[in-house]
Design a protein around this ligand. Structure first.
Ligand SMILES: Nc1ncnc2c1ncn2[C@@H]1O[C@H](COP(=O)(O)OP(=O)(O)OP(=O)(O)O)[C@@H](O)[C@H]1O
Ligand SMILES: [Mg+2]
Length: 260
């Protein structure tokens, strides 16, 4: 596979993945790879298929053909509920928080559990212990994002950028080795942007980060390597400098502006 040439042992990859949804070809033989311990960008115009790539990587959408590498392993059937155990966490485009749960409970939803709902329902004593540990980890995640004071609020009571921090805390609470971020910069201001940039930079090399983002300044500042999707196909890949001056990329984005 050509794309393996620069990254022979990717942490995360799609190999020739195609997806059809609602009679449309959403991904068409997409091959992309993210090297371990680096920040890899995935960019492209609206509707290019970026979120679908994450949905395939995390098992929300099955690939019609092709295969997935997740945290260094070929995975034939990705199960969303096993992501945390595989060391993978993702944020959703927007915020994707549970509206009726407090901030703390939302973050705890991202923590790995060993015993599951049955032990929970039977109120086994070790479940209590696990719950306390999860709560402690969730509180630490909130502290690391500077929002520990909001733990008992509901998401709707908080400004959007704070909700985005809660979503990040929920992804980080499992201490994932692979972090998939879907538009983390959407709807946040300059100060939050700087914190986000620092968070992404300081995630590597301990974590592998894949960043879907429209905010080009952030993408160019933090990514080691970038893949560009347009209409379900990879149209370019390279370093930020290469991507910045790639005629196919410029054309894809100009096409989007022309259509808007
Ligand atoms: N379940 C579905 N059924 C039919 N079409 C879908 C479905 N999910 C996504 N699509 C379509 O697939 C295409 C790619 O969607 P996707 O959300 O992956 O794009 P994206 O690159 O993340 O865009 P954006 O930058 O706007 O978030 C779009 O045309 C979208 O309408
Ligand atoms: Mg998207």
């Amino acid at each position: 596979m050509g794309y393996y040439a620069p990254f022979p042992h990717p942490a995360v990859a799609l190999e020739d993945v195609s997806v059809r949804l609602g009679g449309l070809q959403i991904l068409d033989s997409v091959s992309i790879a993210a090297p371990r311990g680096a920040v890899t960008g995935l960019i492209g115009p609206n509707g290019a298929g970026k979120t679908t790539v994450f949905n395939v990587m995390s098992g929300f959408v099955p690939a019609d053909s092709g295969s997935v590498v997740l945290n260094g392993q070929h995975v034939h059937h990705v199960r969303p509920q096993q992501l945390t155990r595989r060391g993978v966490a993702r944020t959703l485009q927007g915020v994707g928080l549970f509206p009726s749960l407090t901030v703390l409970d939302n973050v705890m939803m991202g923590a790995p559990t060993r015993f599951g709902v049955i032990a929970d329902a039977l109120a086994m004593p070790w479940v209590d212990r696990e719950r306390r540990q999860m709560e402690e980890r969730a509180r630490e995640a909130l502290v690391s994002l500077g929002i520990e004071g909001e733990s008992s609020r509901l998401p709707s009571e908080l400004p959007y950028p704070v909700q985005k921090r809660v979503a990040l805390a929920r992804a980080l609470v499992s201490d994932p080795s692979v972090l998939l971020l879907d538009e983390p910069a959407g709807g946040i201001g300059e100060a939050d942007m700087q914190d986000l940039e620092r968070l992404i930079r300081s995630s590597v090399p301990d974590r592998t980060v894949v960043l879907v983002e429209h905010h080009m300044e952030l993408v160019m500042a933090v990514c080691d390597f970038i893949w560009v999707l347009d209409a379900g196909q990879v149209i370019a890949s390279g370093t930020p400098d290469q991507i910045r001056s790639d005629p196919a990329v410029l054309a894809a984005y100009l096409g989007e502006e022309g259509a808007a």
